[in-house]
Design a protein around this ligand. Structure first.
Ligand SMILES: Nc1ncnc2c1ncn2[C@@H]1O[C@H](COP(=O)(O)OP(=O)(O)O)[C@@H](O)[C@H]1O
Ligand SMILES: [Mg+2]
Length: 148
């Protein structure tokens, strides 16, 4: 568990993760509205070498950040019902050989995530936020180990 007091600190944890990401990595972000999922993603994109604007793709469903080192697909499934997932073209994004994928509100897709993935649970805490990592698979374990 990591506790952060400010948005900048949450972003910094994200940046540490972003530096480590390679194509094929999948990050699922859980946590209620305002927990810091987009803030965390902003850091991940920075770590991946992306300099532009990072914002919630709530309406666009997906944003793409082309960093120097890596492409990052940023999805937000908040507005998706289970059956609409094909609209996002998730399968194609996961197969993008140059890209990692990070997903807000992954719960819209109940089943069918690749087995290898890093789950990050963000939550409000008294003095900020907490970030908890659940590594699914060896690759995710290695990633999480570098964050602790
Ligand atoms: N420790 C913290 N970590 C992340 N965000 C924080 C923190 N403290 C305050 N905030 C604020 O909370 C809000 C989080 O919003 P956002 O990242 O969009 O959440 P989500 O994507 O989970 O809905 C931002 O306005 C951010 O500045
Ligand atoms: Mg968000």
């Amino acid at each position: 568990m990591i506790a952060t007091k400010t948005a900048a600190q949450t972003e910094a944890v994200g940046a540490r993760l972003g530096c480590q990401l390679v194509p094929g990595d999948l990050i699922l972000l859980e946590g209620e509205l305002g927990a810091g999922k987009t803030t965390f993603t902003r850091g991940v994109a920075r770590g991946a070498g992306f300099k532009g604007r990072v914002s919630s793709p709530t309406f666009a469903l997906a944003h793409v950040y082309r960093g120097k080192r890596l492409t990052l697909h940023h999805l937000d499934m908040y507005r998706l019902a289970d059956g609409d997932v094909s609209e996002v073209g998730l399968e194609d994004l996961l197969r993008d050989p140059k890209a990692a994928v990070i997903v807000e509100w992954p719960g819209a897709v109940a089943e069918g995530w690749p087995r290898e993935r890093l789950e990050v649970k963000l939550a409000h805490a008294k003095a900020g936020r907490t970030l908890r990592f659940k590594a699914r698979g060896a690759r995710a374990k290695a990633l999480a180990g570098k964050l602790a």
